[in-house]
Design a protein around this ligand. Structure first.
Ligand SMILES: [Cu+2]
Length: 287
């Protein structure tokens, strides 16, 4: 007998289809209103870990690992949550908050990150949100990050941005080099004001989950300007910006494996999936 066929079959037969009572979260049965706080609403409750929760939204498909743009219901558990000493955190080192870079000049986004085992990303088209958050042996979340640049009307914009629009997006698939993740913006950015944010994620692309409610941001956002902009009223486009096209780390150069979405998502005509800047990132990115 083919041992692979054999063992797959055995494994499949051993997958439990019933909820093991050892993993029932008994606290989920309490709606929280035994300790009322003004304005606090009752929690949904469950005595079976909400295993059939998605039956309550029969109009929605079950999240199936694809990026269902019209919405879905996800039956995967949140998964493993780290200790407070292992909460991820990041900070952009280039550009830095308030920087002015030259418009339409290539630059490299660099981000320092801690408490994330970087370099782990699953198939963004088949396994999106399809497994729980996991930790490594040191208790650190296993995952990766992303960066997204959104154009603003000005640095002082007060209206919320449209998450469907972005100027640049990239999954940072590589392992951090000396604690730094990086992404080349191969064509630079047109003149304007921008917000750059991280999206630190577990392997299945879900945003990282921390153990306590009151914590510092698990992500960074900084604001910068590309020169020649009138948006901030005082932008100097001249001279060399604090950027480099030669500073890509190995983590960046090997990160072109289908997860990296391109730029131009909000510059008209190219749609959400955009073109991949520089022609190097061939895959359709994850959003
Ligand atoms: Cu991702």
């Amino acid at each position: 007998m083919n041992p692979i066929v054999c063992c797959r079959a055995v494994f499949s037969d051993n997958i439990p289809s019933a909820l093991d009572t050892k993993v029932i979260a008994t606290g989920f049965s309490n709606n929280g209103q035994d300790v009322p706080t003004e304005g606090q609403v009752a929690s949904l409750t469950s005595s079976n870990n909400f295993i059939n929760f998605c039956l309550t939204v029969p109009n929605l498909p079950i999240t199936n690992g694809k990026q269902i743009e019209t919405g879905s219901c996800n039956p995967a558990p949140i998964g493993v949550i780290p200790s407070v000493d292992k909460m991820p955190s990041s900070k952009f080192t280039n550009p830095k908050n308030g920087d002015v870079i030259s418009a339409n000049v290539p630059f490299t986004i660099r981000m320092a990150i801690q408490n994330l085992q970087t370099g782990a990303f699953v198939n963004a088209q088949q396994n999106y949100f399809s497994a729980p958050q996991q930790l490594n042996g040191a208790g650190t979340i296993i995952g990766h990050s992303h960066v997204v640049v959104e154009q603003l009307t000005s640095l002082s914009q007060t209206t919320p941005t449209d998450p469907k629009k972005f100027a640049f997006f990239k999954g940072l698939n590589g392992v951090a080099a000396n604690g730094i993740l990086s992404a080349d913006v191969a064509s630079g950015l047109p003149a304007g004001a921008y917000r750059l944010c991280s999206i630190n994620a577990s392997a299945n692309h879900q945003p990282v989950i921390a153990p306590i409610a009151q914590h510092g941001s698990l992500d960074d956002c900084i604001y910068f300007t590309a020169g020649n902009a009138n948006t901030s009223g005082n932008v100097n486009a001249g001279g060399a910006a604090a950027t480099s096209t030669q500073a890509a780390t190995p983590a960046t150069t090997k990160a072109n494996n289908g997860e990296n979405n391109g730029a131009n998502g909000n510059r008209g005509g190219r749609g959400r999936f955009g073109n991949n800047q520089g022609g190097r990132n061939r895959g359709r990115g994850h959003q």
